[in-house]
Design a protein around this ligand. Sequence first.
Ligand SMILES: C[S@@+](CC[C@H](N)C(=O)[O-])C[C@H]1O[C@@H](n2cnc3c(N)ncnc32)[C@H](O)[C@@H]1O
Length: 283
Amino acid sequence: MIPEEQKKALDSWQISARYWNKYRVLIAQMFAPLTLGLVEEARIGIGQKVLDIGGGSGEPSLTISSIVGPTGSVTYTDPVAGMVETAQAEAGSQGLTNIHFRQCSADELPFAERPFDVAVGRLSAMFFADPVKAVREALRVIVENGYVSFVVWGPKEANPFFSAITDAIDRSVDVPPQGPDAPETFRFADPGKLAGILKKAGAKNVIERKLNFEIKAPISFEQFWQLRTEMSGTLREKIARLAPDQLPTVKQAVAESVRKYFVRGTMSFPAQALIVSGRKLVV
Ligand SMILES: C[S@@+](CC[C@H](N)C(=O)[O-])C[C@H]1O[C@@H](n2cnc3c(N)ncnc32)[C@H](O)[C@@H]1O
């Protein structure tokens, strides 16, 4: 990414930060299976020192803090000030004392070599400016034999929670085509793509695991629409380009296409993620 684009992307995340904070409880609930997947793949347990890269409104850091317990610690990182502030405030209000916070980008980690046992990133790798450099950095700061593990979204077709609104809007506005390496939700949806990056960065024993789960929450279609259109910078931008009379039509089309995922006050979308992990082995 060129620096100008990078700055624009981070500015958009800064606006998103207030909405990620607003929906913190729902986010933790909806994406909890991803955190559990990461914990399992990276073999996170009591007493470990864990690095979280691109922690957003606080996950998976907040969950991992209770898994590693008082003898372990989590270091949360994110390049966006608004994200760091809200995550830190939440850790404070939960009285968590084993979390540390640093504002930094994945491709320039302000740590010496090897202070961590493992490094993880939940739904952040697709936004890294230079993913190979970022994974190299993650490997640099973990101990020998440690794990790096990233979870990203699988294909668009398997993730209607994300694609339903985007597809409906894209049918109404001219969207300039994006290159395959543009930082966006489905950047690493192709099997093997992120695994290739881990290998290129020097990770060994790289494994990719498919995780099928349901994005569940006790919310209505109206609440889903509001949550998605507030939290996503891309959607906010695209909606701003719709003519005023187009929005109700798009919303109606989305409501019809996702009706089956809302039953008796509960939202439940099928979803697919990929968890890609590797180890730092010195040969
Ligand atoms: C989709 S959010 C995921 C947040 C959180 N991990 C979660 O799962 O709820 C993506 C996060 O990646 C962060 N991000 C964007 N560019 C980044 C970079 N270059 N290095 C690290 N994180 C980055 C954003 O600020 C944002 O907090």
